[in-house]
Design a protein around this ligand. Sequence first.
Ligand SMILES: [Zn+2]
Length: 60
Amino acid sequence: MSIVLPFHSINEVKKPVFLRVYHNNTSCAPARDIPLWERKPGTSLYRLCDVCAEYAKYSR
Ligand SMILES: [Zn+2]
């Protein structure tokens, strides 16, 4: 696993605001499912995805 710069899918905007997330881990399965052309750098002020948050706990 590795922490990377935050990124989010351009399709997050189609979700309700409270469901929008960003990712910062290459091991995150939902993040891996986002095609490269749908990725945007930055958090866009979304919350960190639950899977990435779990990985963050164990990477310290
Ligand atoms: Zn994630």
